[in-house]
Design a protein around this ligand. Sequence first.
Ligand code: UD1
Length: 421
Amino acid sequence: MDSIVVTGNGPLQGDIPIAGAKNACLALMPATLLSEEPLTLTNAPRLSDIKTMNTLLASLGAEMAVLQDGLVITTASHGEINPVADYDIVRKMRASNLVLGPLLARLGHAVVSLPGGCAIGARPMDIHIEALEALGAEIELKDGYLHAKAPGGLKGAVHKMRFASVGATENMLMAASLAKGTTVIENAAREPEIVDLAQCLRKMGAQIDGEGTSRIEIQGVDRLHGATHPVVTDRIELGTYMLAPAICGGEVECLGGRLELVESFVEKLDAAGVSVEQTDRGLKVSRRNGRIRAVDVVTEPFPGFPTDLQAQMMALLCTAEGTSVLEEKIFENRFMHAPELTRMGANIEVHGGHATVHGVERLKGAPVMATDLRASVSLILAGLAAEGETVVNRVYHLDRGYEHVEAKLQAVGAKIERIKE
Ligand code: UD1
């Protein structure tokens, strides 16, 4: 398995282009199952998770064309669609569960393996199941597969989600677009990736109102048509690279970045002593004079602080002046990077959903292990400013979520290289 070697060095300077959002693209691609006409996505990120979704959709009978080195993905589902999403593909990535709603809407039945993905918590499917059952689906778990059917077709309904689950909102949004009548999703997730999906579905002919708020209303239509849609900027990749100059000093412009995607994160950066300015090219980030200050962080659904930036933020706070408390409210097992950061000299105590970080002057390079996608990149960020060499082992998770990570960081002056195995 590849590893990444990072050598701590001085301030970073230059531009980092931010890719299209992995999480948006993974929700947009299954929307192809809702129409017989082609769906073209531009600004797609070049990541292994996107390849996994390609493989899954192809196994269901969609025709896939990946152009311009992966930036453009066209999918067409005009042939016969296979209702079974197999364990061997689904286990690689939790977002595979996003084919459940579209398959049900298109075929009236689906058999989808329970998903895998990063080991950051139990991540059950109950909220997805309740949402689709509200639309009239009957779902049973047998042999590790969800067997779903909607004998009389899906019917619109008013449904309040117990928790504003991103994936369940996406599944329900897609299913309701082809259901009979009106659906109202209450306590819907408000993430920018949901807004992006709703905008794309609308281009396909869906009638949707209220995306980006907690109440989304959908008038079902009989059929959807083809469309072309650019994937929204990846706010997690954006936040990750914004932390590079925050940790190392210097000034980096994250091209394509927009403040409204990362407001709660920018508030915390500001409190820690990092300046962020919106320019016409993106977000310009620089560290103000002196040491980073400690800040407390609580992860919450959007527009709160994103759980997907918690590990990276912890890497910054390891060398802050004072003590920071990070509270993880979305996933129960998401501090696996803490013991690895401790190997680099960080002083962190984890108690249940809280991590207390006592800032130290400087981290020291060490061999560390990447445990999940965001944890991997937090260790790279920590290594950028640590004394000496950090070797991040088991980086396959990284390639699921970050394209060209070494090239992007080298371009702003970081010393980072990949050792291929
Ligand atoms: C999405 C993102 C992921 C991000 C997460 C929270 C994608 C592909 N992934 O994941 O990167 O970290 O949002 O912002 O978009 N839950 C249940 N039952 C369910 C569904 C979820 O208990 O049926 C729980 C999960 O275990 C978790 C919490 O709800 O603790 C949040 O999950 P959810 O919002 O559904 O996240 P995902 O869509 O899986």
